[in-house]
Design a protein around this ligand. Structure first.
Ligand code: LFR
Length: 489
């Protein structure tokens, strides 16, 4: 029996999970969990990357203490954020967090020099202020020129463990610098940023072997012998692999965590005018797939409310408070950029309601209810768009990630979209990370088998739509809010 370890680090927490396959069942055990978050310093937002590296080491020490002497290991994290290294392989800067406001108006600035339509035609990536393209444009020019290597966050963590520098493709595609046709970094975009190709590392596919955790680390910290496999290092790429997508019905997915990523797995990208106007993205997936999806603000909204209330309530309590509150009382256009990183999320929600004439949510329950109702309605909007853009009628919506635990949101989603929702697995990201390791190790042949294994090994709950009173009125109220917000942005 082989031990496989998934390092899965999200914007709010990280963990190491141990996966093993026995008698056709993939079981997972958490070995180590830690919190994550960016901190503000002098008005800028940064991740503590050394802390994250130390947590991986701490998790591996725990694995060793349990008697694990050998394992494979894969890493996934959020996307777009980068580390600059000098020629000695040392970091040149603190790692900016993507919600940092230095890119607030950069998209407009870049559009003056290079047309967004050209960028989309080349890359197929949606316009988000925090794409690496815009972050690098906003970066100190001198420092960028000095950088010997540019690695994304998981690439850097692999580098710290093994000494090898790679750019894993599922994550590299979120830079908005990869060309769909050449499947390489786009020369025009690199020239525009004054970046040389050599500043990036070799593009590497999920499943490739990176090497071993260096002997010096193994000795110093008493770690297991650990073979590093290149996972689908973008957490959303792993999450989609880890959702056992239906093979007999047309299904869309939501990877539901800090973000709600709503989309479809495709074998060809869609980068036509219509997709560009709707701002859908074609992120590269493992095994020749594309994640045709939309970023929706997601559980970040409720995470912020919770944080501002000093974490007084658990997420389960917040869902319960919402459930006890009047439904569809206040709605917000939750994908409006104003919610990306406001000074105070609670005030921003209240302000948005005041401005649009919606009743202002006062209590915690009303705030939570407003968030869940608005999210469910935004899923309907983007699901409808997805169907038009792909020309496919979606029969079932599959939700993976922490949001699959939220019974209220799952049922609301089913009710609003009028279709079955399949919720689970909640650990889809770690499962997708492990799936790549299992395929590489030869334990399973391909992703179709991996998904069957995941389906047999995890709990998936079905939600059937229930009639909602006055749904049509609610939808037109929502459509109006959504329309005004998209027109203004
Ligand atoms: C989800 C995610 C999204 C990406 C955002 C920023 O965790 O990776 O896919 O758009 O975070 O990196």
């Amino acid at each position: 029996m082989t031990n496989h370890i998934a390092v899965d680090i999200g914007a709010s927490s990280g963990r190491l999970l141990l996966g093993t396959v026995m008698d056709g069942v993939l079981s997972m055990e958490e070995i180590h969990r830690f919190s994550n978050g960016f901190t503000e310093r002098d008005g800028s937002c940064f991740w503590d990357i050394d802390y994250l590296f130390d947590q991986i080491i701490a998790g591996l020490q725990k694995a060793r203490a349990r008697g694990i002497t050998k394992c494979t290991l894969g890493i996934d994290t959020w996307a777009v954020d980068y580390v600059l290294l000098n020629a000695e392989g040392n970091r040149l800067q603190d790692v900016y967090a993507y919600r940092d406001r230095r890119t607030d108006h950069v998209m407009e600035e870049v559009a003056k020099h290079i047309s967004p339509a050209v960028v989309y035609q080349k890359t197929g990536i949606q316009q988000l202020t925090f794409n690496t393209l815009y972050q690098l444009y906003a970066h100190d020019k001198e420092e960028l020129a000095q950088a010997d290597q540019i690695l994304l966050v998981p690439d850097y963590l692999y580098y710290r463990l093994s000494g090898r520098k790679i750019n894993e493709v599922t994550n590299a595609s979120t830079t908005q610098l990869l060309n769909l046709a050449t499947r390489e970094y786009d020369t025009d975009l690199l020239n525009f940023l004054h970046i040389r190709r050599e500043q990036f590392a070799e593009l590497t596919e999920p499943g490739e072997v990176i090497g071993y955790v260096s002997e010096s680390l193994v000795q110093q910290y008493d770690l297991p012998e650990c073979l590093l496999i290149c996972a689908a290092t973008h957490d959303t790429a792993s999450a989609v692999l880890g959702i056992p997508l239906s093979t007999d019905r047309t299904s869309a997915y939501i990877s539901s965590g800090t973000w709600s990523l709503l989309g479809m797995e495709l074998s060809e990208p869609i980068n036509n005018q219509q997709a560009m106007e709707a701002n859908y993205t074609n992120e590269w997936g493992a095994f020749g797939t594309y994640r045709f999806l939309k970023n929706i603000m997601g559980l970040w909204l409720i995470q912020e409310v919770r944080r501002l209330e000093d974490n007084r309530h658990s997420f389960a309590e917040l869902a319960k408070l919402a459930e006890e509150t009047e439904a569809f009382r206040s709605l917000i256009p939750c994908n409006d950029p104003r919610f990306l990183n406001p000074d105070n999320m609670i005030q921003e929600i209240r302000k948005a309601c005041m401005e649009s004439g919606e009743p202002v949510p006062e209590t915690t329950g009303q705030l939570a209810r407003c968030i869940f109702d608005s999210l469910a309605l935004s899923y309907l909007t983007y699901l409808n768009e997805l169907e038009i853009l792909t020309g496919r009628a979606v029969e079932v919506l599959q939700i993976g990630g922490g949001g699959a635990n939220n019974v209220l949101l799952c049922q609301l989603t089913a009710d609003v979209i009028g279709r079955e929702v399949l919720a689970g697995p909640t650990e889809s990201t770690a499962l997708g990370n492990l799936a790549v390791q299992l395929i590489r190790a030869g334990d399973i042949p391909d992703i179709a088998e991996a998904r069957k294994l995941i389906k047999n090994s995890t709990e998936i709950k079905s939600y059937h739509p229930q009639p909602l009173p006055q749904l049509n009125e609610i939808i037109s109220r929502w459509n109006h809010l959504h329309f005004v917000s998209t027109r203004e942005n």
